[in-house]
Design a protein around this ligand. Structure first.
Ligand code: IPE
Ligand code: IPE
Ligand code: MG
Length: 243
């Protein structure tokens, strides 16, 4: 589809995760309300999902709302939830037609009932798709996720359903929200911030981290390609050595 792409395709990260940051600063720089920044951010989501599907990326995980983002002013939280509703309603058909399987990770009990229904409907409707797996992290926090897994394991042990000796990496990972997904190969964060902000703490143990200055609403296909090229220039050793 896209010319001069072959070498990009050669070592494509199987799973790309993105911390979509900088909507507020994008709006501020234009003297616009933050809401417009978030709105433009949701358009960037559409672009990047399409680009990732075209490139043949298998898994794309997008950090849309953190467990800490509940601390924002209620009006901003409501704006973000409104955009999420719109995304789950309006973009679902197109994603489904494009072979996208949608999943959502995070603490659902904090979301309103209608959003939970939209999520369940989207997950069910797209469950058989396999071109691109898109996972939205909403009300998600890596520490919450790890604590919840530890609690579930402790309960199973206490109830006599699980032998503590059987608790290993694989079992632990199977109790995380991301059970069944491969670990991310590449984590991209936009807006120049250099931290994980509680994103995929367990899963990103050996991910390559790429920090870009672009603000999320400006992020496009070319930025995604540039991040993939940076990833491809890295030497992934996983604690071992080449020779
Ligand atoms: C990212 O943009 C969107 C969310 C975190 C929900 P921000 O709203 O964090 O934008 P900045 O960091 O203030 O620029
Ligand atoms: C991280 O961005 C969360 C998302 C992008 C959804 P924040 O803007 O909330 O992170 P901090 O507060 O700068 O660490
Ligand atoms: Mg931010």
């Amino acid at each position: 589809m896209i010319p001069a792409f072959d070498e990009l395709q050669l070592r494509l990260p199987r799973h790309i995760a993105v911390i979509m940051d900088g909507n507020g600063r994008w709006a501020k720089a234009r003297h616009l309300p933050r809401f417009i920044g978030h709105q433009r951010g949701s358009e960037a989501v559409r672009r990047v999902v399409e680009a990732a599907a075209d490139m043949g990326v298998e898994y794309l995980t997008l950090y849309a709302f953190s467990s800490e983002n509940w601390r924002r002013p209620p009006a901003e939280v409501e704006d973000l939830m409104g955009l999420l509703r719109r995304y789950l309603r309006r973009d679902l058909a197109e994603m489904h037609a494009n072979g996208v399987r949608l999943r959502v990770i995070g603490e659902r009990s904090r979301l309103s009932g209608d959003i939970v229904s939209l999520i369940e409907n989207a997950e069910t409707q797209t469950a058989a798709n396999c071109r691109l797996n898109v996972t939205l992290a909403i009300s998600y926090g890596g520490q919450d996720e790890i604590v919840a897994a530890a609690r579930a394991i402790a309960q199973a042990v206490a109830a006599g359903r699980l032998d503590p000796a059987a608790v290993d990496h694989q079992l632990f990972a199977s109790r995380l929200d991301t059970a069944g997904l491969p670990d991310p190969d590449l984590v991209i964060r936009t807006s120049g911030e250099k931290r994980l902000s509680n994103f995929l703490l367990w899963q990103a143990a050996y991910a390559e981290l790429v920090f870009v200055d672009t603000l999320w609403p400006d992020f496009d296909r070319a930025d995604l390609e540039a991040a993939i090229r940076e990833y491809q220039a890295r030497d992934r050793r996983f604690g071992g050595r080449r020779e």
